[in-house]
Design a protein around this ligand. Structure first.
Ligand code: AMP
Ligand code: MG
Length: 341
């Protein structure tokens, strides 16, 4: 069969990224222009600034990606783009660019859900074997699901309030660490001990997650200690928080492995860059003789290569979009599955 090259565009948050991906797994070109330094000044992503910066950066990223590819866009087979979920203005910049390229080069347009991208990032260095359990942990999502086949998904559980990444960022902020907080919490935790007694999230047997109680407890603890002029052992608190947050993810993963007896597991999303989380999940997978995969760190955080991977099964199934494609800022994986199953 002829090789399929897909141009992918990702602008759902604060990274302007484009890639060319061959056959849904081989990254031929990838450019990621991050706005992180700009948003760090504000302690989080400012949506209006993010969309403005995407409009400034998108043609630069396109030129750079074509240069890396070394061929004209006439050689690609389709144009894919993240249409959901994410920041509305940011998504629209990518979608308009994708539509323009599809029109000018007369190529099919493929709409990709961002969370599906995080999942399919696992095809870059390994092959996803079905059925597989998947845990998606990112700045916007915490979802545990079963991938039954390339086109059939079942959501087991999701967060009922904050995502785990959001809580890493908020706890980091209250501890005085810059945005994005996750990597800073991880570095600080390495220097600390798990000595703070923190409330354990959801002591239940469902597959759902809840992190807002843990977040509020830490914010209140820090404010109270500061008011009393008591010392806060930042590294110990970072370590205790990370341990509690990861324990809850691991506990639910173990429950799912035990109940489903599925023998493949993939981890995905920005928080999966966390080495402690990787190790703990790997341990529980080993206990149940389950094959564990996680993408290379480069493909864990937002990037267009993962969008090109997720577009490939849609290309094979000829699931193309027309030019009425619009951004769906709140179409999370649950809504996506309900729409497509
Ligand atoms: P995403 O939404 O997939 O782009 O992932 C971004 C989220 O991942 C942010 O909330 C980051 O704080 C979080 N993150 C990135 N690296 C790490 C890490 N090493 N440990 C914990 N969280 C992380
Ligand atoms: Mg993401």
């Amino acid at each position: 069969m002829k090789d399929i090259h897909i141009l992918a565009i990702e602008t759902s948050c604060d990274e302007t990224s484009m890639a060319i991906v061959k056959n849904g797994q081989e990254v031929e070109a990838l450019t990621i222009l991050s706005q992180m330094d700009t948003h760090a000044k504000y302690g989080g992503v400012v949506p209006e600034i993010a969309s403005r910066m995407h409009t400034e950066n998108i043609t630069i990223v396109l030129e750079e990606t074509i240069k890396k590819f070394g061929h004209s866009l006439n050689e690609v087979d389709a144009i894919s783009v993240t249409y959901a979920p994410g920041l509305l203005g940011s998504l629209l910049v990518g979608i308009e660019c994708a539509k323009t390229l599809a029109l000018v080069y007369n190529k099919p347009l493929i709409a990709v859900n961002h969370t599906m991208g995080h999942i399919y990032a696992n095809n870059i260095e390994h092959h996803i074997v079905y059925p597989t359990l998947a845990l998606i942990v990112s700045g916007g999502h915490t979802d545990l699901l079963i991938l039954k086949s390339e086109s059939e998904l079942e959501i087991l559980g999701s967060t009922i309030d904050d995502s785990v990444g959001e809580v890493f960022d908020k706890v980091a902020r209250v501890l005085g660490m810059p945005y994005p907080g996750g990597p800073n919490i991880e570095a600080s935790a390495l220097k600390g001990q798990n000595t703070y007694q923190l409330p354990k999230p959801m002591q239940d047997e469902t597959y759902n997650f809840s992190y807002s109680g843990l977040k509020s407890y830490i914010i209140n603890l820090v404010h109270n200690e500061r008011q009393r002029n008591n010392e806060i052992r930042i590294n110990d608190l970072a370590c205790s928080f990370q341990t509690t947050a990861v324990e809850e993810l691991t506990r639910k993963v173990e429950l799912a492995l035990k109940n489903t007896n599925i023998k493949n597991f993939i981890l995905a999303g920005g928080v999966s860059a966390n080495q402690f989380l990787r190790k703990e999940i790997q341990k529980v997978c080993a206990k149940y003789n389950v094959t564990f995969h996680v993408p290379n760190i480069l493909y864990c955080t937002d990037n267009a290569a993962m969008i090109g991977c997720a577009a490939y099964p849609l290309f094979k199934a000829q699931k193309f979009s027309d030019f009425t494609l619009n951004a769906k800022s709140s179409e999370n994986i649950r809504k996506y599955v309900e729409k497509n199953n």
